[in-house]
Design a binder for this molecule. Structure first.
Ligand code: KIV
Ligand code: ZN
Length: 528
């Protein structure tokens, strides 16, 4: 059924988001994340830019094969090679979409493409026709649309619709426009492109002026019915339209916008947390919707009002976005059922195998920690379910330290590339963590260097779980490579050692991928 008031949510976290510095993911992580996007209920996942690298191609291909109940888009510039490659990557999807683009602004046409407007128009039409020869589901984007001549933009939009594009996306590529202007652009196209009714008008806004969400909403008010966005607003430079903000604005102000999405908003917080876990980059505390303070009312007047009636100061409920606070504390005697129920309340729907893995971690923690809170469960999920299996596994740590004795740590590591052989080393250092990291360096022979080390206690109390995040760099074939690693344990030193080993695993993975000429073959062979 064609629902004129539905806004299609097109998620580009795995494409526009992932291509920005610090946010790169490996295939397993992309698959995990794509699964979560499906639980969230996005309509379209832009899984990547298949021609960009063999790794991108393989990730898009695997997501296309795995994902059901969602459209999978592959990005392609307006040329045959890109379009053919995108199709190859997505052709096994249940519902594949080719998204092709070329710039429409004179700035890009003259200085970057070095072509004439007529040539670019012709290329846009040819690209849509080529994509159309593979699938009816073709999206076209005139890049830098907001800095384009309006009449030329309208001509291009009309021409690509006539060529068969069923979605036309109007990107604010450099984050230049403002809400009133963007509303005008969309309204202008709605009025002046004769065949506009034959396509869905989409918008794709960048956040350089902090206006991506506002611009997207203004476009919806002018008739756009697809929003391209990313989780936590990640993306090129200042990022893209934040999925959680735009979805919750449409929901909270539904009577104003008169439209809706079909996002399962209770999955918003778990999706945001999963992305932070995978990339090692957390959102700022005051980030709308998903920041740690987004629902924390500090002021006395606000608290007073809230106690009298939540509506006084609360426009959304935390549980609407999947933030639940439980008074129920789990522990050693909690059974599997109680744990699984709590995880489901927190928005985690795990497979039997994932529950199995999770429960082992839970039991190990419950043996040493009396009370297990939601926050503990959340970090355990990251550790037990979403962490990829790497080359090295720490099987034992023994630390001896004291005020007057030099810290010494013994670390035992299993090496999956050597048939699981275990070896151990003992080392000294400035404290248990430093000694442990020196021991890991000795066992693995790595020259990797820790660039930063940060530590947080997950809950209060001296028995709190502790999470360490490290940034680690190394050299590979003359190039500097860097990754982050994280580790969770009740003991600070062990968490530090685990985080370093996690980073070493990611470095190994990167080296393995880069070391192959044909990255697709590498991905197929990688044990990770
Ligand atoms: O920002 C942009 O213009 C893009 C296009 C490829 C849609 O990301
Ligand atoms: Zn973009």
């Amino acid at each position: 059924m064609n629902d004129k008031n539905k806004v299609i949510i097109f998620d580009t976290t795995l494409r526009d988001g992932e291509q920005s510095p610090g946010f790169s993911m490996n295939i397993e992580e992309k698959l995990h994340f794509a699964n979560q996007l499906i639980r969230l209920g996005v309509d379209v996942i832009e899984a990547g830019f298949p021609i960009a690298s063999k790794g991108d191609f393989e990730a898009v291909r695997q997501i296309a094969e795995m994902a059901r109940g969602v459209q999978i888009a592959g990005l392609a510039r307006a040329n045959n090679d890109d379009i053919d490659t995108a199709w190859e990557a997505i052709k096994n999807a249940e519902s594949p979409r080719i998204h092709t683009f070329i710039s429409s602004s004179d700035i890009h046409i003259e200085h970057q493409l070095k072509k004439s407007r007529a040539q670019v128009l012709e290329q846009a039409v040819r690209a849509v026709e080529r994509a159309k020869s593979y699938t009816a589901n073709v999206e076209f984007s005139p890049m830098d649309a907001t800095r384009s001549d309006r009449a030329y933009l309208a001509e291009m939009v009309g021409a690509v619709i006539a060529a068969g594009a069923v979605t036309v996306n109007i990107p604010d590529t450099v984050g230049y426009t403002v809400p009133s202007e963007f509303h005008d652009i969309i309204a202008y196209l709605m009025k002046n492109v004769k065949n506009i009714e034959q396509a869905v008008i989409a918008v794709h806004c960048h956040n350089d002026l902090g206006l991506a969400v506002a611009n997207s909403l203004a476009a919806v008010q002018a008739g756009a019915r697809q929003i391209e966005c990313t989780v936590n607003g990640i993306g090129e430079r200042a990022g893209n339209t934040s999925m959680e903000e735009v979805v919750m604005a449409i929901r909270t102000r539904s009577e104003l916008f008169g439209v809706h999405t079909t996002i399962n908003t209770a999955q918003i917080a778990p999706t945001s947390r999963l992305l932070s876990h995978i990339t090692g980059i957390t959102v700022q505390p005051n980030k709308a919707i998903v920041g740690a303070n987004a629902f924390a009312h500090e002021s006395g007047i606000h608290q007073d009002g809230l106690l009298k009636n939540a509506m006084t100061y609360e426009i959304m409920r935390p549980e609407d976005v999947g933030i639940t606070k439980s008074t129920l504390v789990l522990g050693k005697h909690s059974g599997r059922h109680a744990v699984v129920t709590r995880l489901a309340d927190l928005g985690y729907q795990l497979s039997e195998e994932e529950i199995e893995r999770f429960f082992k971690y839970f039991k190990a923690l419950a043996d040493v920690k009396k009370q297990i809170y939601d926050e503990d469960l959340e970090v355990l999920i990251g550790e037990a379910v979403y962490k990829i299996k790497g080359r090295y596994k720490v099987t034992n740590v023994q630390i001896s330290t004291g005020m007057f004795s030099p810290p010494m740590t013994m670390v035992t590591v299993k090496d999956r590339y050597r048939d699981g052989a275990e070896s151990f080393e003992v080392a000294h250092g400035n404290g248990g963590v430093d000694a442990g990291i020196n021991a890991v360096k000795k066992v693995t022979g790595t020259n990797a260097k820790i660039d930063s080390f940060s530590l947080v206690a997950i809950t209060g109390g001296s028995d709190a779980l502790c999470e360490v995040t490290v940034n680690v760099s190394d050299e590979f074939e003359g190039h500097a490579i860097s990754v982050f690693g994280n580790g969770v344990n009740i003991d600070i030193s062990v968490a530090g050692i685990l985080s370093f080993v996690d980073a070493l695993n990611k470095l190994e993975y990167k080296k393995k991928m880069n070391g192959f000429k044909d990255k697709a073959a590498a991905y197929a062979q990688a044990e990770l």
